[in-house]
Design a protein around this ligand. Structure first.
Ligand code: NDP
Length: 490
């Protein structure tokens, strides 16, 4: 890519602008303060601890939220245990299903409220929270509601049993959706839950707790403990927890695996990734460009399965990069509540610092950085969509999870080389293949060490489809029939 290409991209940027199309935030009423959700009611933390959650697009404080300490964790696990023994596990599956269907329907009814709240607390574009996060969260509850009375036909023996109390710790990138991924299969299988949302995105989990009340879910079946990393660490160490489910960084996942060892608690870990999105010379270029953009710029790249390493066949590298640049120049970055926005805010200052640091490492190691002309708002946390070319496998930006809107472009010549480069990572969560040949898709898919492989598409999710990784991307599967296995003992 020469500088001529960049100039060409700049001049091809449309001269006209979209009119603002802001979604109204009036649909959401955000309380000044939020309590923990324990045993069916909202309450303050026993020691009165609180923290603030901010809108990452403006740095405005949205609310002050209770911070759960040891007494709250013990109370939530005890409430979940009581609910498990007295109400939820003895309840026939068909009855449990009714509650899950109710939660799913209320999520649909209140979809707009959830979408706006998610975009405010997380920074993601409303288009994504409205069209992806919230509908998929509802779909998960619908899907697992359908399993609740069919567990004996799920292939886990004639009488699969729930495990008990599940401690579930989730990250900030898909706050509501990750809560649904955790709660729906656990509840369908007859477990009760203590959920710990991420410190920077507690609000939709708390609204979901309100939905549990609205659906008449028995007290203690779902508990939500807000707090920071210490709350998560104390929760997974709490006696009386039978199952731990964690989604987040590989580093914390390893700590949790150490904590859980020898306790008898069953563990599933969904951790980081550094996926290869592989484009062959016979791929439909325009379709591949959309897939590359969706793969890394969806949700600002805060996606564990993001296609953060583009492997493009050398013979088409120049044209793919040029078209990609042209497409990136059309992305609109800004107000997450604007329905035209493609790229929203980075979730926190801490994450912005991490992305900035890794991108600087890319510069220092000799890769070439390119971003479209793009004005960043004065307030809030922002990072322009960024491409690095001239990346080699040893560069940090090719090895480490950046978790931001940064794409590292590498090239290959043969399918064998593509496989070798794609697998040259300690992770193994996902991969993408773009080619016209079905036989090549199958050949590649058999050789790529990744839990999820998309062909001629990327970042497609469905509740019926299992999701999970190999190696440092964790173990266990979420979604589909496989997702039930994590919450049952045969
Ligand atoms: P973490 O793994 O630290 O956070 C995930 C969840 O675990 C949060 O709820 C967090 O709480 C909680 N937590 C933190 N420490 C512990 C602990 N010792 N025991 C139990 N729970 C804990 O991710 P970060 O938010 O700190 O992000 C760091 C990096 O991790 C990112 O830059 C990104 O690269 C990667 N990441 C990957 C994700 C993925 O799905 N692959 C998801 C999120 C992050 P709290 O947020 O309150 O600290």
């Amino acid at each position: 890519m020469g500088s001529g290409t960049t100039a060409e991209v700049a001049t091809s940027t449309p001269a006209w602008e979209y009119a603002p199309a802001p979604e109204s935030r009036d649909i959401v009423s955000i309380a000044g303060e939020y309590g923990l959700f324990v045993d069916g009611e909202f309450r303050q933390a026993a020691d009165g601890g609180t923290f603030a959650t901010v809108n990452p697009a403006t740095e405005e404080t949205l609310a002050v939220v209770a911070e759960a300490g040891p007494a709250d964790i013990a109370a939530a696990v005890a409430a979940a245990r009581r609910a498990y023994e007295q109400v939820w596990s003895p309840m026939p599956g068909a009855e449990r299903a009714k509650y899950l269907y109710r939660i799913a329907r209320v999520l649909q009814e209140r979809a707009r409220e959830f979408a706006v709240l998610e975009s405010l607390d997380n920074g993601k574009p409303i288009r994504e929270s409205r069209d992806v996060d919230v509908p998929l969260a509802a779909a998960h509850f619908f899907y697992y509601a359908g399993w609740a009375d069919k567990l004996e036909h799920a292939g886990f023996g004639p009488d699969p049993r729930p495990l008990g109390v599940a401690a579930q710790v989730i990250p900030w990138n898909f706050p509501l959706l990750m809560a649904a991924w955790k709660l729906a299969p656990a509840l369908a299988a007859g477990n009760t839950c203590v959920l710990k949302p991420a410190e920077t995105t507690p609000l939709t989990a708390l609204l979901l707790a309100e939905v549990c009340q609205q659906a008449g879910l028995p007290d203690g079946v779902v508990n939500v403990l807000t707090g920071a990393g210490e709350t998560g660490a104390a929760l997974v160490q709490q006696r009386g927890v039978d199952k731990i489910a964690f989604t987040g960084s590989t580093e914390v996942g390893k700590q949790i695996a150490t904590t859980a060892a020898g306790t008898g608690a069953k563990l599933t870990l969904e951790l980081g990734g550094k996926a290869a999105n592989i484009v062959f010379d016979d791929a439909p270029v325009e379709q591949a460009i959309e897939g590359i953009v969706n793969g890394i710029f969806f949700n600002q790249g805060h996606v564990c399965c993001a296609g953060s390493r583009l492997l493009v066949q050398e013979s088409v590298a120049e044209i793919v990069i040029e078209r990609l640049q042209r497409r990136l120049a059309t992305l609109r970055l800004g107000d997450p509540l604007d329905k035209n926005t493609d790229v929203g805010a980075i979730n926190s200052r801490q994450q912005l610092d991490k992305i900035t640091e890794l991108a600087a490492a890319g510069d220092a190691e000799g890769a070439q950085r390119w971003s479209p002309p793009c004005e960043l708002p004065d307030k809030g946390f922002w990072f322009a969509p960024t491409l690095f070319t001239g990346v080699s496998q040893s560069h940090r930006i090719a090895r480490e999870e950046i978790f931001g809107p940064v794409l590292s472009v590498l090239t290959f010549r043969t399918p064998d080389e593509a496989v070798a480069k794609a697998n040259n990572t300690p992770y193994g969560l996902s991969a993408g293949i773009w080619t016209d040949k079905g036989s090549r898709i199958l050949w590649m898919a058999q050789r790529l060490r990744a839990g999820v492989i998309w062909a001629n598409t990327y970042n497609r999710f469905d509740p019926a489809s299992p999701f999970g990784g190999y190696q440092e991307s964790g173990y266990g599967r979420e979604g589909g029939r496989h997702g039930l296995a994590a919450y049952l003992s045969a």
